[in-house]
Design a protein around this ligand. Structure first.
Ligand code: ADE
Length: 227
């Protein structure tokens, strides 16, 4: 999978993809991530990429032309199945959206800044608008990093134990069960005996019940039919 991220702050995206699972995914050749600075595409003087909004009001808006030139340059090189705009008024990101995206080949992500981007870019190029939560970040970069992380680890072959993503919270509509590691007795607190019994049926059943319990308690809406 290839992900191209268009941003005014590529520096913000240097670290998140340089560690752990995403680093391994890149090393294995399963994931390619490229960042592109919008300023490199602007035709305007002094690398201008934003301007005042028509109608007045506080905050600058990212101009259409630099974004269009960046998007079109990438589109001239390959076909993108999704061009995503990170925005708090987009569709709320969830595990299903991550699963769907992990199957795409080439994805472009546009990070907004300031007051947002010129609406005409959204109308002309964007195929999906994604929000990572009901709060406003100062730009789309951290949100893009969240999406890339959630998607990258789902690409087949990225996780060492390929089945382990199957047991993530949300993957089966339930929260994950509690997990324990050594020592079996930590300061008098013992690991539940079901996990120590060695019988996979008992272990699976215990995990399933704990997942259900936890979901009912913390996120009951996940269990309703219309979620
Ligand atoms: N840009 C600013 N806030 C955002 C959010 N909550 N989700 C996605 N992109 C954003």
């Amino acid at each position: 999978m290839r992900i191209d991220i268009i941003t005014v702050l590529p520096e913000l995206l240097e670290s998140p993809f340089g560690h752990s699972i995403l680093k391994r995914a890149k090393a294995k050749g399963l994931l390619e991530i490229y960042t592109h600075n919008v300023r490199d595409y602007t035709p305007y003087k002094q690398a201008q990429v934003d301007d005042y909004q028509f109608g007045g009001g506080a905050g600058m808006v990212m101009m259409a032309e630099p974004l269009a030139l960046a998007i079109e340059k990438l589109q001239s090189e390959r076909i993108y199945t999704e061009i995503i705009f990170m925005t708090p008024d987009g569709k709320l990101f969830d595990q299903k959206a991550a699963n769907d995206l992990s199957l795409k080949e080439n994805v472009m992500i546009i990070c907004g800044h300031y007051k947002g981007i010129d609406e005409r870019i959204r109308e002309k190029y964007i195929t999906k608008e994604i929000s990572i939560g009901n709060y406003v970040l100062s730009g789309g970069e951290l949100a893009a990093a969240v999406v890339v992380d959630a998607v990258g680890r789902l690409i087949p072959g990225v996780l060492n134990d390929e089945t382990s993503a199957l047991f993530d919270s949300f993957q089966d509509g339930l929260l994950a069960p509690p997990v324990y590691t050594r020592p079996a007795d930590w300061r008098g607190n013992k690991v539940p005996e079901q996990l120590m019994c060695g019988d996979p049926k008992i272990i699976d059943e215990w995990r399933y019940q704990k997942s259900l319990e936890r979901t009912k308690e913390r996120r009951p809406e996940l269990l309703s039919d219309d979620f």
